[in-house]
Design a protein around this ligand. Structure first.
Ligand code: GLC
Length: 717
């Protein structure tokens, strides 16, 4: 590290003010080219026109480029992207100081901006596997593919804790629980940075998943306690895992937009958590301090406020003037040289750590070879399989017997690939169907049961025209989806399933054929009617490339579902927000009710697991770990995976505490009749909490531990 520090200082001593500022501005070349062409009447041949590159790299010294969700390059092949980034970096070598470039993009569920790449389940689905090793493996293979392309900064993982099911980005989050989110954050960051030439990005710091009305980017009112207990832990975990960049939530938290929050950007992130990497703003969020939040009256003041709050890089997108403005502010010493050097040093440190000064093997052959390769497909399959959550299975109607004769299959999503992927797929919101190449659910079912007659109807008109009473169907599989969306587009005030989808589902039900619902919903929507009336419900999140095959495997018993809900399923939009770990209040008349449709950590299996012999020490001294043992037996006739979850409840404490808190989990596979003893630890940290002075302490108190249906109490002495 000393060597890098020395190199940074040497470089800084050679850099002009403007060159330093250029390292702290992130430009989206596609947007910039369009703006210069349309607004400034400048003309360039293309993105790699030397005149255009000269403007960005020599006149403005830009050192960080992003390719947002809408960036599309030619046929979006791995070759095209690698070649382009290589040319950009080649040009950087002709600049005065030859500082290599950072390239950022949103590979948030696979290398989803490259056609043919394997698309994985989004984060909520990855989290529902409760399998951190699998999460790490998935992120590792994305890291490898990005490194070959030369995309060295991935704006992933999203590590937001989602506390309001109405939010359009719940599907990108790590669910509602800070402990599960922290474990997944650590795994995803380690995986995403497993290739030494790729920087991950923990986003969006912080509190983005709990705006006051659940809507995207709207103001949040968060107590210091909820910041410390709920929203900070995944970022602490990411920093401990060595995350190299953190993207800042553009929203206002307690009256201060995050990009302007010195307390949280410098006080907490740098001083309390010791983050040494780059803090970068989200899309034009510095200027939005002026344009949207109105906390300043000019773009100049916005830049001043953000950089003096501790932001290192302004995702200015197409606003080159931000370089000139910043140059003026530094000349006036409003942004000090010290602050500029700090921000620039953070950027250079990441570039040195990634080896970008030494390495530029943009490996086109490797990028093509890795794109959509079998290893990534197998991993995507495993993630999809382990994410699928069985929410209802009345009379064990599932798994379906492969000798079934006739199936009625309904829903447009059953014959769609883009609905299986959700947002951020070859585009900001939704891919074009023709750009995707993997099985649909209809195709996967035909392959799974080739002798069954599958009658497919995409909508209610086709169902009516079918005149079901004249045909015999053994079963109806009704696939319910939602239009792929991103960010605020996905906000829902009432968690309503799309009208056409629910109407078709109800019509399918009216046929009196038993209905199994397969929901391709990225997040919980109101499926209460389905739960009251249908025989079975599978939740597959956005299972993507290997999703259809995985759903077919689960439906027909070739895989025993093991997913567990990473977020509460409310009964309806009226229950929102509803989380399992709300602080408790108990009285005969009033309690902190937690009566959702499906709780956090819930999921059925085709087998059953019996828990016994929960053992914990009767008392634990302050500062000691608490060791827990429990036996789990598979008492069914199918192999199955079980997520053993450890919760604790403070019977009393100096502050009100959650109804219960997840403090440990592990996933085990059990053969029929196999029994395993699972050992879990409650560490000193797990047994500590923020007291009334917000000090992170342990207190003597009685704690109840619960694992499945077993509970035991112990004393912290
Ligand atoms: C968007 C998103 C962020 C993404 C960025 C760049 O506004 O909020 O998650 O990384 O822009 O595409």
């Amino acid at each position: 590290m000393e060597k890098i520090k020395q190199k940074i200082n040497e470089l800084l001593s050679n850099m002009s003010i403007r060159e330093k500022i250029g390292q702290c501005i992130m430009i989206e070349p596609f947007f910039l080219l369009s703006k210069l062409t349309k607004e400034n009447n400048e003309s360039y041949i293309d993105l790699v026109d030397p005149k255009f590159l000269d403007k960005m790299l020599n006149e403005y010294h830009i050192g960080f480029f992003l390719f947002g969700g809408v960036s599309s390059l030619g046929n979006d092949s791995a070759e095209e992207w690698t070649n382009y980034l290589k040319q950009m970096n080649e040009y950087a070598k002709t600049t005065r100081l030859k500082i290599p470039l950072l390239f950022g993009a949103d590979a948030v569920h696979g290398v989803n901006f490259v056609k043919g790449s394997t698309i994985f389940s989004h984060n909520l689905g990855v989290t529902s596997t409760w399998n951190t090793d699998l999460a790490k493996s998935y992120a590792s293979i994305v890291s490898k593919e990005l490194a070959a392309i030369g995309l060295n900064c991935n704006f992933a993982p999203t590590i937001d804790v989602a506390r309001d099911q109405r939010w359009g980005r719940v599907y990108e989050s790590l669910g509602e629980d800070p402990y599960l989110a922290s474990k997944m954050s650590e795994a995803l960051v380690l995986g995403m940075q497993s290739n030494p030439h790729v920087a991950a990005c923990g986003k969006h710091y912080l509190g983005y998943g709990e705006s006051s009305n659940g809507m995207d980017r709207t103001p949040a009112n968060l107590s210091e306690r909820s910041i410390l207990e709920t929203h900070l832990p995944p970022f602490e975990a990411a920093i401990k895992a060595g995350v190299k960049t953190i993207m800042v939530n553009g929203g206002d938290v307690n009256g201060t937009p995050m990009p302007a929050s010195k307390d949280l950007l410098t006080g907490v992130l740098r001083k309390k958590l010791g983050f040494k990497g780059i803090t970068l703003s989200d899309w034009e969020d510095v200027n939005r301090l002026y344009k949207r939040h109105h906390i300043v009256q000019s773009s100049e003041e916005a830049i001043l406020k953000a950089f003096n709050a501790g932001l290192d890089v302004n995702m200015a997108v197409s606003d080159l003037s931000s370089v000139d403005i910043m140059e003026k502010l530094v000349a006036e010493n409003k942004i000090t040289i010290k602050r500029l050097n700090e921000a620039c040093a953070n950027v250079l440190r990441v570039k040195f750590e990634l080896g970008l000064f030494e390495r530029d093997d943009f490996d086109i052959t490797k990028a093509i070879e890795l794109c959509g390769n079998l290893e990534s497909k197998n991993l995507a399959k495993q993630v999809a399989l382990e994410s699928i959550t069985l929410l209802k299975n009345k009379n064990n109607i599932l798994p379906i017997d492969k000798k079934i004769k006739s199936i009625l299959l309904t829903g447009k999503t059953a014959n769609s690939k883009r609905h299986l992927c959700g947002g951020w797929t070859l585009g900001w919101d939704s891919a074009k169907e023709e750009d995707l190449n993997f099985p649909t659910i209809l195709e996967a079912l035909k392959e799974k049961v080739p002798n069954a007659e599958i009658t497919y109807v995409p909508d209610i008109q086709a169902l009516k025209a079918l005149n079901v009473s004249n045909n015999h169907f053994d079963l109806c599989i009704s696939v319910v989806g939602e239009e792929p969306h991103s960010e605020w587009v996905g906000d829902t005030p009432d968690l309503a399933v799309e009208k056409g989808e629910i109407n078709l589902l109800m019509s399918a039900f009216k046929t009196k054929i038993p209905v199994v619902m397969v929901s391709i919903l990225g997040r919980p929507l109101n499926v209460a009617w389905a739960n009251d009336n249908l025989a079975a419900i599978l939740w597959a999140y956005y299972p993507a490339t290997e999703g259809a095959n995985s759903i077919a495997d689960v439906l027909f018993g070739d895989y025993n579902p093991s997913g567990k809900t990473p977020i509460t399923f409310p009964k309806s939009g009226n229950q929102v927000p509803i989380v399992y770990n709300a602080r408790k209040y108990n009285s005969p008349e009033i309690t902190t009710k937690y009566e959702p449709l499906y709780p956090f950590g819930y999921g059925l299996s085709y087998t059953n697991f019996e828990y016994s012999d929960l053992e914990i020490s009767d008392e634990v001294s302050l500062g000691e770990d608490c060791f827990i043992k429990v036996k789990v037996k598979n008492i069914g006739n199918r192999v199955g995976a079980e997520v053993v979850q450890l919760y604790l409840e403070d019977k009393y404490a100096s502050v009100t505490r959650p109804i219960k808190s997840l403090k440990g989990f592990t996933k085990i596979n059990l053969l029929p009749n196999e029994e395993k003893t699972v050992e879990l630890i409650l560490t000193k940290k797990d047994l500590s909490f923020y007291n009334d002075k917000l000090q992170f302490v342990q207190e003597q108190r009685e704690i109840e531990v619960s694992v499945a249906n077993l509970t035991k109490t112990f004393q912290v002495k």
